[in-house]
Ligand binder design. Structure first.
Ligand code: IYR
Length: 221
């Protein structure tokens, strides 16, 4: 296909403005915490929608946009997901996880119980499309699927935080049950379950998770 190009609509900003914006954004993003206790307070649908539009604007391999976001708010469906997730999690905590893994999770204080799956008003299950499916059933090759979906998920988490919501990146393992419950085809692989809402009154966060590695440790300049 012959490529066509459009003029870029780039919004130039003065260096001083960039500095101010980056600093403000840093302060905002450093406030983000993964939480595990959610209130049932309702979230405006339009906030979820716009944040998903932001996620869908992420860069992807060959612009294949190999993602699908399934939004769940119905109580009965959240309860069904909770039941299935807790079954996998029981097996994980009781036998599948190595001692080393359980030790690493110790400071988080997690266990197999996942009440947040029904407490929070929204669950967003992010699926990665291993390949695309054309209307005629032909497969379309996708590239850098994990990387692309990871970037889109990062966009989503950052967007929800900036919109004033809290999230939990939850990965019940294995997640195959989500295809079944949500009726998704087998070219889609569950990537992550994002719990979205507001913190319950009295929410705490693990003290060790508040610490971020020093700049010097993560950046080689
Ligand atoms: N999926 C389990 C265990 C778990 C694993 C990791 I790595 C975490 O960062 C947190 C939890 C659970 O959700 O409890």
């Amino acid at each position: 296909m012959k490529p066509t190009f459009l003029p870029l609509d780039f919004h130039w900003v003065a260096p001083r403005t960039s500095e101010r914006r980056a600093h403000r954004l840093l302060k905002t993003m450093l406030q983000r915490r993964t939480i595990r206790t959610f209130s049932d307070r309702r979230v405006p649908r339009s906030v979820i929608k716009n944040c998903l539009r932001i996620a869908g604007s992420a860069p992807s391999g060959a612009n294949m946009q190999p993602w699908k976001f399934v939004v769940i708010s119905r109580t009965a469906l959240r309860a069904k997901i909770k039941k299935a997730a807790e079954k996998e999690e029981q097996a994980f905590y009781k036998k599948r996880a190595s001692t080393e893994w359980l030790q690493a999770l110790g400071p988080l204080g997690t266990d197999w119980r996942k009440p947040f799956l029904v407490d929070a008003p929204y669950l967003i299950v992010i699926f990665a499309e291993k390949f695309g499916l054309r209307a005629d059933g032909e497969h379309v090759k996708h590239y850098y699927v994990q990387e692309s979906v990871g970037i889109a998920t990062g966009f989503l988490i950052a967007a929800l935080h900036q919109a004033g919501l809290a999230t939990l990146t939850h990965t019940p393992s294995p997640m195959g049950f989500l295809n079944k419950i949500l009726g998704r085809p087998n070219n889609e692989r569950p990537f992550l379950l994002l719990v979205v809402g507001y913190p319950a009154v009295g929410t705490t966060v693990p003290s060790f998770a508040v610490e971020r590695k020093p700049f010097k440790e993560i950046v080689i300049w």
